[in-house]
Design a protein around this ligand. Structure first.
Ligand SMILES: [Zn+2]
Length: 400
């Protein structure tokens, strides 16, 4: 019962926080049908939507961008059928939702149908194809897609400009909190079907409130609703705002359900252990799976490499991590064995701003998931992080 209630609360708070941007389009159902060679995907809306359907590779995916919608469906765990491995969906950019279909093999789009009169269905038939056919598949767009896309880009720029405004510091450190994942990137899906993207947002909002209440900090969020934000954009927001610290909050899964506790990651070219490397790879891949652009290629082409001579930034991150571990221990927040770890997380790659990534707990552990979903625990976590930041800035006051 408790679980159901907290689930309802999460859904409620989600609806509330998205209200200002809500669209009145609802995805009522997703159905998948199989005939001999065809996999049919039916998206059932309450109204007609604009669409842009295209393929991505590495791994093989079909992407269905549509007018932004709300849905109560949780397709991430369903629909393993025909060509489909899994389906993810959520707000990709203002006015646009993205549905990503992970495929078992390369495909081509056989046809796209839209029933406009009473059923408002978008029907997509796909069939198995060669690698080349998958690669060469042209995108299929509805008539008014381009205008929707234009509007979305303008709104996105506006929104980003707004959250990237440098704010008057008045001697207070500016902390940017980054709730991991969002939109079609649900992050880890934990015990009881909880989504990491919702847990991280709830934690970030609690920390935001707690930090603000001290009167000692300026605080910003990279996202305050359920929307996709590319990893690079997240720290660029912090850079534009001239933040003093960037703190990304996550709660991933572990392959062993017994593993639990908080851990803190700082950036390094060389991971502290195999697990940390795997986690960073997974985190970076979440982003690539949704956006379709490779972070590694971007790094290579732009020559962005982590410069470990940026000692100040690295030391600051380590120093805050030390405080955080100390305060967490004192406040009996369960920590992972060797809680300070290192890996190449893309979101931590700002060269100018000290950055840490906190794995608040594991969505795969029954004790951790209870904590992550508990308002009380989130308050304790927020207090621990706030105290650590206060101690850190007492030792290293801002140099103005
Ligand atoms: Zn994560």
């Amino acid at each position: 019962m408790k679980k159901i209630i907290s689930k309802i609360i999460i859904i409620l708070s989600l609806t509330l926080s998205t209200k200002a941007f809500s669209s009145d389009i609802i995805l009522k159902d997703i159905r998948v049908g199989i005939s001999k060679i065809t996999t049919r995907i039916v998206l059932d809306f309450n109204k007609n939507v604009q669409y842009n359907i295209f393929n991505l590779r590495n791994p093989y995916r079909l992407v269905i961008d549509t007018t932004d919608f709300k849905t109560k469906l949780a397709p991430e765990t369903l629909y393993k059928k025909g060509a489909i491995r899994s389906i993810r969906t959520g707000t990709f950019s203002p006015n646009v939702s993205r549905t990503v279909i992970d495929l078992k093999y390369p495909i081509k789009i056989k046809k796209v149908l839209q029933y406009k009169k009473d059923s408002k269905k978008l029907v997509i038939d796909i069939i198995k194809a060669s690698k080349n056919e998958h690669k060469n598949q042209k995108s299929i767009k509805s008539d008014l897609w381009s205008s929707l896309e234009r509007k979305s880009k303008i709104a996105q720029k506006k929104e980003l400009d707004k959250i990237s405004q440098p704010i008057k510091k008045s001697g207070k450190p500016l902390i940017i909190l980054d709730a991991g994942h969002g939109g079609p990137d649900a992050g880890a899906i934990g015990i009881g079907g909880y989504y990491e993207k919702r847990v991280t947002l709830a934690i970030a909002q609690e920390v935001y409130k707690t930090l603000k209440a001290t009167g000692k900090f300026n605080v910003g969020l990279t996202r305050s609703r359920d929307i996709y934000i590319p990893l690079r954009t997240r720290y660029r927001i912090a850079e534009k705002r001239q933040a003093d610290f960037f703190i990304s909050i996550h709660a991933d899964k572990h392959s062993k359900s017994s593993v639990r506790g908080m851990s803190i990651y700082t950036l390094s070219n060389k991971a502290s252990d195999r697990e940390a490397a795997k986690l960073a790879r997974k985190e970076n891949a979440f982003d690539e799976m949704i956006s379709g652009s490779s972070l590694k290629n971007e790094d290579d082409t732009k020559g962005i490499l982590i410069d470990l001579t940026q000692n100040n930034v690295m030391n600051s991150a380590s120093e805050l991590t030390n405080y955080l571990i100390k305060v967490a221990k004192y406040n009996k927040i369960k920590l992972l064995r060797r809680p300070h770890r290192f890996a190449g997380f893309a979101v931590l790659k700002s060269p100018n701003i000290p950055s840490i990534l906190i794995e608040a707990g594991y969505m795969s552990n029954k004790y951790d998931i209870k904590n992550l979903n508990s308002k009380n625990w989130r308050k304790r976590f927020a207090n621990v992080l706030t105290k650590s930041l206060i101690q850190y800035y007492e030792k290293y006051p801002l140099q103005n």
